[in-house]
Design a binder for this molecule. Structure first.
Ligand SMILES: Cc1ncc(COP(=O)(O)O)c(C=O)c1O
Length: 360
């Protein structure tokens, strides 16, 4: 970060932003990576790139963060919520065909917890109906499906570098572009609707307003903060793998005896080790476990509330029973503390506290 300040280029697209982008492009094998101010903003850019218009429909899993849907609703789209699979909590690919209509303009799979969606099936149906796929890969940087990096399947994908993610600059994200036809317009939209990037490359002699757009470039100081972590990606992912496996090894026998489910990672997925959760038998047990842990200064959290039952979701016609798997999982899922510096000692305390809960 000191170097970024010393470079005298602290606004966007400085040397560290370029380094992050080049690293993402070469590691993942994407045509273009553009750093953004958040994953939310990267998703907003995708909605503009796909020319989403009022009344267009976008298929989105019901179990996700609001930004997945809001980015498209901002352009006037009507969200069509797909329920999730009960194993990975990813979009249920078997529902897609039923949800597609002549107005469907995008399918937005979310790789929940960095475990890949069934991308063969998703891409097959999207290609058959000629519908673009945008991957919300907020959780899944460096995760793979069938040996291929998540974020490289759809024409576009969005990453998050929010503080809750494996790699972070506080607030930040990236747009990944796999279909090169979108590159030039993405640069314009990200630069306030101007052709400033072309100007800096010497391709035009002045820059001007050419399209809609907004201000989506993170400061190069943040890019420097992020770059250090991207350089250390293998060590960071190894740490997270150790944390994930520690929970899994210590809790699996215990969970099985109590009808508590731990995360399921299908053989074709190499996960990103983003989240570790328990799926408890009931909402009551989850609430009690949260309080039990809280009394021992351990913070455990749940997410996501079913989007179709939120007040916005109801405005789009959502009603109880529309997405039964999401409704059920949303009441029972509990996330355990999981961050890069979590020590084995602290993790042991979490595990012991959880086990005490069930011995009461
Ligand atoms: C699935 C998913 N998509 C999008 C986002 C938004 O990310 P950001 O905070 O970088 O905008 C999140 C944030 O947690 C998320 O979990």
């Amino acid at each position: 970060m000191q170097q970024a300040i010393g470079n005298g280029h602290v606004s966007g697209d400085g040397p560290f932003s370029k380094k992050c982008q080049t690293l993402l492009e070469s590691t993942l094998g994407v045509s273009k990576a553009l750093l953004t101010t958040s994953c939310t903003h990267a998703l907003e850019i995708t909605a503009m790139l796909l020319d989403i218009q009022p009344g267009d429909e976008v298929i989105i899993p019901d179990f996700t963060f609001v930004s997945t849907v809001n980015a498209f609703v901002l352009r006037g789209a009507r969200p069509v919520f797909a329920d999730i699979r009960s194993d990975t909590h990813n979009i249920d690919e078997t529902q897609l065909k039923r949800l597609i209509t002549p107005r469907t303009r995008a399918i937005v799979p979310v790789h929940y917890a960095g475990v890949g969606c069934e991308m063969d099936a998703v891409m097959e149906i999207a290609e058959r109906y000629d519908i673009p796929v945008v991957e919300d890969n907020a959780h899944g940087l460096f995760g793979k499906y069938k040996s291929r990096y998540l974020g490289t399947f759809g024409c576009l994908a969005a990453q998050s570098f929010h503080e809750t993610k494996n790699f972070t600059c506080g607030e930040g994200g990236a747009l990944l572009i796999n279909d090169p036809r979108y590159i030039e317009r993405a640069e314009v939209i990200r630069e306030k609707g101007t052709d400033r990037s072309r100007f800096f490359r010497g391709q035009v002699d002045k820059y001007t307003w050419v399209d809609i757009g907004s201000s989506y470039l993170p400061s190069d100081i943040l890019a420097a903060f992020l770059y250090a972590q991207l350089e250390a990606r293998e060590q960071i992912q190894q740490k997270r793998r150790r944390i994930w496996e520690f929970y899994y090894d210590r809790l699996s026998g215990w969970a099985q005896e109590r009808s508590i489910r731990l995360p399921i990672v299908p053989y074709q997925c190499e996960q990103s080790y983003h989240i570790f959760y328990l799926l408890l038998p009931s909402l009551r047990q989850r609430s009690e476990l949260i309080s039990h842990l809280m009394a021992r200064d351990i913070v455990s959290v749940f997410h996501y509330l079913p989007l179709h039952l939120s007040s916005m979701g109801r405005r789009f016609g959502g009603k109880p029973g529309d997405c039964p798997v999401t409704e059920d999982v949303s009441e029972r899922l509990l996330r355990l503390p999981f961050y890069n510096d979590l020590t084995e000692c602290d993790q042991s305390m979490v595990v012991e506290a959880i086990k005490e809960f069930h011995e009461r």
